[in-house]
Design a protein around this ligand. Structure first.
Ligand SMILES: *[C@@H]1O[C@H](CO)[C@@H](O)[C@H](O)[C@H]1NC(C)=O
Ligand SMILES: *[C@@H]1O[C@H](CO)[C@@H](O)[C@H](O)[C@H]1NC(C)=O
Ligand SMILES: *[C@@H]1O[C@H](CO)[C@@H](O)[C@H](O)[C@H]1NC(C)=O
Length: 339
């Protein structure tokens, strides 16, 4: 009897302590929302930055820059953890594998490199493109890598063996590639103003989305796969119906300012764009309204991304004054609730 009542007492004590801790955390979170913000973190890269992405767990960032380096950063401290050397020309595009164990980079030296994310060792060099590689991405299951190149082709690679599985041929420079969330399709954007959708299994061209007035620099699928978004040098973003190819929205981002990068939030409610005028815009995906402008970069925002859970935004700039800057924006939390 005594034993069990003591056990119960300890249980209640432990429970009370857990509740107290939870209350303290909730209070802290509320204070943060009431205006005590974390500072936006600025990381100086030391080289013009072209591409930056989160690791799937949000702990690290990977960047690619004009000095041929791939760098891994601690997202919480902004410390450079690794500098991955091996590319012979500037690095145009970087991405983490979905399980976070590898990083892929594409370079103007016409190769892709796959790196062990823990050791920083280059485990594969993928050769086959004849000109600069402009864009790289992993398939959602991590088994394949897609690349787009100035040699007018898109290549699908086996992520493990490095074998080229398929070459899709276009007629103009490929600036951007992305996988559909189900892994069945690839979208690409080219210098001839169009977005194309390809079937991964057959290599068939399924759809051509025409309407931009200049080159397409960036493409993204909505998380539910229903929409395709494209950013262009013409200063607009277009949202397309993935199934029919109909243009649903045309959003003007900047006058005479190329859009360099677009990304959906993980829940699909928002998207962000980065452009040559140095401005990051946060958009409401449903209405196409611009909800916020983030304007701290000195120029040319080349890369934007949402953190894995969507609370933070990552941006990179290749402006010449700062020699490449990454900013993690802590402020834009749950923007949709302010609409
Ligand atoms: C972070 O940047 C946003 C957008 O410019 C701004 O509203 C916010 O005040 C900044 N936070 C801090 C702590 O500087
Ligand atoms: C460029 O796009 C237009 C319109 O889609 C098409 O008619 C033309 O053949 C394309 N040119 C090349 C070189 O692919
Ligand atoms: C901005 O960056 C993009 C992507 O790297 C590049 O194509 C463009 O020329 C740059 N623009 C300026 C004004 O530096």
């Amino acid at each position: 009897m005594a034993f069990s009542s003591k056990g119960l007492g300890l249980g209640l004590l432990a429970m009370a302590s857990i509740l107290q801790q939870a209350a303290a955390r909730a209070a802290h979170a509320e204070t943060s929302l009431k205006g005590v913000e974390l500072p936006n973190r600025t990381i100086r890269v030391g080289s013009q930055l072209i591409s930056v992405q989160w690791s799937p767990d949000g702990a690290n960032l990977v960047s690619g820059s004009t000095d041929t380096m791939v760098r891994v950063w601690d997202a919480a401290t902004g410390t450079c953890l690794q500098t991955l050397t091996g590319h012979k020309q500037k690095v145009s595009s970087v991405a983490y594998s979905p399980d976070g164990t590898h990083v892929v980079s594409g370079s103007w030296d016409a190769t892709l490199k796959v790196w062990d994310a823990i050791t920083g060792r280059c485990v594969q060099t993928l050769t086959g493109h004849d000109k600069a590689v402009a864009s790289v991405a992993y398939s959602p299951d991590g088994s394949k890598i897609v690349s787009g190149s100035y040699d007018n082709t898109i290549k699908v690679w086996d992520a493990r063996s490095g074998e080229c599985l398929r070459t899709l041929t276009d007629h103009s420079f490929i600036y951007c590639v992305a996988y559909s969330p189900d892994g069945a399709h690839i979208i690409s954007g080219n210098s001839n103003k169009t977005v194309k959708m390809w079937d991964v299994a057959t290599g068939a061209l399924l759809e051509t989305f025409a309407g931009h007035a200049m080159a397409v620099s960036s493409v993204a699928y909505s998380p539910d796969g229903a929409h395709v978004m494209s950013g262009s040098w013409d200063g607009t973003i277009k949202v397309w119906d993935a199934a029919s190819g109909t243009c649903l929205q045309t959003l003007t981002c900047g006058v005479l300012s190329s859009v360099n990068s677009v990304a959906y939030s993980p829940d699909g409610a928002n998207f962000i764009s980065g452009s040559e005028d140095g401005i990051i815009k946060v958009w409401d995906a449903g209405s196409g309204t611009c909800m916020q402008e983030l304007n701290s970069h000195a120029g040319n925002v080349t890369s934007v991304a949402y953190s894995p859970y969507g609370a933070q935004i990552l941006s990179g700039s290749n402006d010449e004054y700062s020699q490449g800057t990454i900013i993690i924006w802590y402020a834009p939390v749950k923007l949709q609730s302010f609409v």
